[in-house]
Design a protein around this ligand. Structure first.
Ligand SMILES: [Zn+2]
Length: 120
């Protein structure tokens, strides 16, 4: 399971972003996860709760937007949702389709409270 590695990466990004924006405590985090990543959402949430302890994101709510896998056919330009790696175009049968969504893995945005000393 690589959920813990993913969460570690997310926490690293959050720490850097929060630090740059003078955010003392992160209250909620939204991430996008494509289905092709094969990540278990519940494990992500569980790992986040444990690993965020002692960081600015401790106690933050983790919201996960799952992105369905979709592909685009270069022959007929049909875009379709697919399950797993079956990329046969439902319209023309071509197997040359390219994945256009489903590989996402990034922090979409997060919210938090600023440091009290922040004059701006
Ligand atoms: Zn097609």
């Amino acid at each position: 399971m690589h959920e813990t590695a993913v969460v570690a990466g997310i926490l690293g990004i959050l720490e850097r972003s929060a630090s740059a924006e003078s955010i003392a405590r992160i209250t909620s985090v939204r991430i996008k996860v494509g289905r092709l990543r094969g990540l278990d959402v519940r494990q992500l949430v569980g790992a986040f709760e444990i690993m965020a302890e002692g960081t600015r994101a401790e106690g933050a709510r983790l919201v996960i937007d799952e992105v369905a896998v979709s592909a685009r056919c270069p022959s007929c330009e049909e875009t379709f949702e697919t399950k797993g790696w079956n990329l046969a175009c439902p319209k023309c049968g071509s197997t040359e389709a390219e994945i256009v969504a489903g590989r996402e893995l990034h922090v979409e945005d997060f919210q938090g409270t600023r440091e009290a000393s922040d004059g701006a």
